[in-house]
Design a protein around this ligand. Structure first.
Ligand code: SAH
Ligand code: SF4
Ligand code: F3S
Length: 470
């Protein structure tokens, strides 16, 4: 495996100096600059945006959520399906009006779309008001890119292909005081044939266990109660480090830290999820008994062409093992409907699989061709309507299963983290079970941030209702 590039402390110090220079730039103009960061896509992107906000704060920017007030706009993009790209193009198109009124405004586009060569070409040609474009590999030097745009007025593109790097110690402004994302690794080596992520996020790079443990200790000391470890495939954690710590070991070390908190993780690839992982989950009460284990398809031919490297039977064995050691484990998954050449018969295997596993929740997607991936060149004779019909059947089947599984919670008393006040009905609190099911319950806002036993009184497809147990 290629050597993981770590950004040196000197290089990071140089970026902090640039942050100082940007602060001075605004001070000399007697202005308090504002920034708006808009995020698409997965939790990795959320976590990257928290780092981008950290860097912007270090440069002296306050935050706003009104694009027209912002001196800097950062659109952190997702490229996983074409729909995500189109939304971003629509939204950056609309930003041109604000830009014309506020010509000093610096509009930046970063994240996974910045790793797609055809997107970069289109931005260069047709979106001249987008001034800075950079991939997720360049976040650590965002201050330098921003300074260049501020001082030269030129457009800045940092979009060279890269295997990626690891930058430790970037500042972070988190979105919540209770729940934190903690990236344990970046990138993906799996090259599932439909997926753009390995092309735009680079190779698998693990953070050193000590760096992760330090960050977790700090989060717990700051009062974070719900920590989610992030990686595209957390079960290959450590393979690039040769330090004898695999993901299950890392989980065990984290779950042994002092303090009241719950640990989650995502995502797990079924080919790498091990018995050791489930045994570790079963052994440590601080690890939530929930796993997001995408199966993508229920048919072995389709799985093979997807390059997933497991069979439906192997997937089921894994689920059976998990349930044998944790009968109450909450299972969620991702599925793609309409992969090139998937027949109706093959799709039936997907339905069969969800009926057999009975997931608590399922994230369902219609296949979207991504330029540069092998699947984009595969013949795809199945009409869109047929894909849509299968998709609708899958969603209907899963909604029934989710309903039934949620109904089974009624009467149970479960530990929940009270995490906020309900936006729609402020007389209610929101909470999460250890299995991450959403619960609404009456209660005092002073309870927010505490773990409480909650008795479930009613259920729906997406959430549960409850009351505090005495
Ligand atoms: N690393 C994670 C998921 C990354 S993307 C994993 O391996 O599970 C999240 C989900 O998007 C995937 O699980 C897949 O179901 C879906 N997805 C990825 N590429 C897609 C495509 N080209 N079309 C439709 N759905 C896709
Ligand atoms: Fe994409 Fe597969 Fe990697 Fe997940 S494991 S990010 S689906 S290539
Ligand atoms: Fe999207 Fe990139 Fe995440 S493509 S799903 S934001 S890794």
């Amino acid at each position: 495996m290629a050597h993981t590039v770590t950004i040196s402390q000197e290089a990071l110090r140089a970026q902090r100096e640039i942050c100082q220079q940007i602060q001075s730039y605004w001070q000399s103009r007697r202005q308090e600059p504002l920034a708006w960061v808009d995020t698409y896509g997965c939790q990795q992107n959320e976590n990257d945006s928290e780092r981008i906000r950290g860097l912007l704060a270090q440069c002296g920017y306050g935050m706003t959520d009104r694009s027209e007030d912002a001196d800097v706009i950062v659109i952190n993009t997702c490229a996983v399906r074409e729909h995500a790209n189109q939304r971003v193009f629509g939204n950056i198109g609309a930003l041109v009006h604000g830009y014309r009124r506020h010509p000093g405004q610096i509009i930046c586009l970063c994240g996974c779309m910045a790793g797609q060569p055809e997107v970069v070409e289109r931005l260069k040609k047709s979106f001249p008001h987008v001034r800075v474009v950079f991939t997720s590999h360049e976040i650590w030097r965002f201050p330098e890119l921003l300074r260049q745009a501020l001082l030269t007025g030129k457009r800045v593109f940092a979009t060279e292909p890269s295997d990626g790097n690891v930058a430790e110690g970037l500042p972070v402004v988190r979105g919540s005081g209770l729940k934190a994302w903690l990236s344990v690794m970046y990138g993906c080596n799996n090259f599932c044939s439909y997926c753009i992520v390995p092309y735009v996020r680079g190779r698998e790079r693990s953070r050193r266990p000590e760096a992760i443990l330090d960050e977790a200790r700090e989060l717990i000391a700051q009062g974070y109660r719900d920590i989610t470890l992030l990686g595209q495939n957390v079960n290959s954690y450590g393979k690039d480090l040769d330090c004898g710590v695999d993901f299950a070991d890392l989980l065990a070390q984290l779950a042994s830290l002092e303090g009241e908190f719950i640990l989650r993780f995502m995502t797990s690839h079924p080919k790498d999820a091990s018995k050791k992982l489930f045994d570790t989950m079963a052994a440590y009460p601080k690890i939530a008994r929930v796993i997001h284990l995408p199966f993508q398809a229920g048919n072995d031919r389709v799985l093979r062409v997807m390059n997933r490297r497991y069979t439906a039977a192997q997937y089921l064995q894994l689920v059976d093992y998990a349930r044998s050691v944790m009968p109450d484990i909450v299972l969620t998954s991702d599925v793609i409907v309409g992969f090139p050449g998937e027949t109706d018969d093959e799709f039936e295997d997907t339905l069969r699989l969800i009926e057999r596993v009975r997931f608590d929740a399922l994230f369902t997607f219609i296949y979207s061709p991504r330029a540069g991936t092998p699947a984009a060149n595969m013949p795809d004779p199945v009409p869109r309507e047929q894909k849509q019909r299968n998709f609708d059947r899958l969603v209907a089947a899963q909604n029934r299963i989710s309903d039934e599984r949620h109904a089974a919670y009624v009467g149970q008393t479960l530990r929940c983290l009270i995490d906020g006040v309900d936006e729609q009905d402020p007389s209610l609190l929101t909470a999460r079970t250890d299995g991450n099911r959403l619960v609404r319950l009456p209660g005092d806002a002073a309870l927010v941030g505490s773990f409480r036993p909650v008795t479930i009184t009613a259920s729906g497809t997406w959430s549960l209702s409850g009351r505090l147990a005495d």
